[in-house]
Design a protein around this ligand. Structure first.
Ligand SMILES: NC(=O)c1ccc[n+]([C@@H]2O[C@H](COP(=O)([O-])OP(=O)(O)OC[C@H]3O[C@@H](n4cnc5c(N)ncnc54)[C@H](OP(=O)(O)O)[C@@H]3O)[C@@H](O)[C@H]2O)c1
Length: 336
């Protein structure tokens, strides 16, 4: 298969701010894979909060590294050419990959490091695969960081796990992973998603807009050993503390100044209840593990909506709203 050359369709933005309206449809050169990289003909990318946060200027001035910027960190497609030194893939291989923080997924072709690219079996669709790199890996690592064993064979005793924003991209994976490993899962989400989150394996579900949901109190009085805190609404430590078990851990995946300061203070005072700020950099092994679960049908990807590249703005707006149920996917070959 000859390496493609010429130009491709892409969606990019050229300044901070502007939301979905700031995205522009352009024709740009097809990137060339450098040493250790693969070039992927894109089939799907999924949007993450990071896409919109970079555009909003949350990572200013270092993220994005330069304008114009093609966003899209989760990649799924087919390898079309290899950079020097790549021996573990060949053109025609179906893959998923992560290219963070460089992006490039909102385009017909994108490059990724071969070391962050994983083979995709035929049982896993491009759309499903594109949902895994950031969201599912973050769910997996957050649970691990909170001390939740995800290997039922190891026979560890079940823990009480709370997942906040369980209807979101990360949360819906966290609920399934914890539940399938035999843990007791309490989850928070909006009223419209209570049944969905229950169907994913949560034993107890709290509507976050009710007083019970706001207090995070388990209806059965469970104290949580582990919390995967995905809700972006900041909860003060005073909300978590009374609902935690004696050595409970809260993993905060949207850490800000307050949670980092709280974590440092807790370390200094040898507190048994802990808040852990976490930023995840996905690894190939994590993607392979999760893809295996999707292949076996034990991990489900909930897709909020699918959009064509030409309609990427619609998906961007949905993702940015903070009200997606599961993942927002952009499919390159999707009919208008
Ligand atoms: N640390 C890392 O490495 C890492 C990795 C990935 C993501 N993140 C961060 O994690 C956060 C969550 O990401 P995500 O992709 O899962 O978000 P998301 O998909 O945008 O979450 C949307 C969902 O959250 C629900 N929700 C919103 N506020 C809630 C609340 N207070 N309580 C319960 N549910 C609530 C919404 O329900 P309604 O529509 O009913 O309101 C919606 O279904 C983001 O801040 C993201 O930046 C961090």
């Amino acid at each position: 298969m000859a390496a493609p050359s010429g130009t491709m369709r892409a969606v990019q933005y050229d300044r901070y701010g502007g939301g979905a309206q700031g995205l522009k449809h352009v024709e740009v050169p097809i990137p060339s894979p450098k040493k250790g990289e693969v070039l992927i003909r894109m089939e799907a990318t999924s949007l993450n909060a990071a896409d919109c946060k970079f555009q909003n200027g949350t990572g200013r001035p270092v993220m994005p590294r330069a304008f114009p910027f093609i966003s899209g960190f989760d990649l799924a497609g087919e390898i079309v050419s290899l950079g020097a030194g790549v021996n573990d893939f060949k053109p025609g291989d179906k893959v998923i990959a992560i290219n963070f923080p460089n992006g490039g997924g909102l385009a017909e072709y994108a490059v990724a490091s071969a070391s962050l690219t994983a083979a995709r079996p035929p049982e896993v669709s491009a759309a499903e695969g594109a949902c895994l790199p950031i969201a599912a890996v973050t769910a997996l690592r957050s649970l691990q960081r909170a001390g939740v064993s995800l290997d039922p064979a190891r026979g560890s005793s079940p823990k009480n796990v709370l997942v906040t924003a369980a209807s979101g991209g990360v949360g819906h994976f966290a609920v399934q992973l914890a539940s399938q490993a035999g843990h007791n899962v309490t989850a928070t989400c909006g009223e419209r998603n209570l049944a969905l989150v229950r169907s994913l394996g949560a034993d107890e579900v709290l509507d976050y807009k009710t007083p019970e949901g706001a207090s995070l109190r388990s209806p059965s009085g469970r104290k949580y050993d582990a919390v995967v805190h995905c809700a972006t609404t900041g909860f003060p430590w005073s909300v978590f503390k009374p609902v935690l078990a004696a050595a409970g851990t809260v993993v905060d995946i949207t850490p800000g100044f307050v949670s980092v300061t709280t974590a440092i203070l807790q370390m200094a005072t040898f507190s048994k209840k802990r808040l852990v700020p976490l930023i995840v950099m996905p690894k190939k092994e994590d993607m392979e593990l999760l893809m295996g679960m999707v292949k076996q049908g034990t991990l489900k990807t909930v897709i909020d909506s699918r959009h064509s590249l030409s309609s990427a703005q619609e998906g961007w707006a949905k993702s940015m709203s903070g009200h997606a149920t599961g993942k927002v996917v952009i499919e390159m070959g999707r009919a208008e």
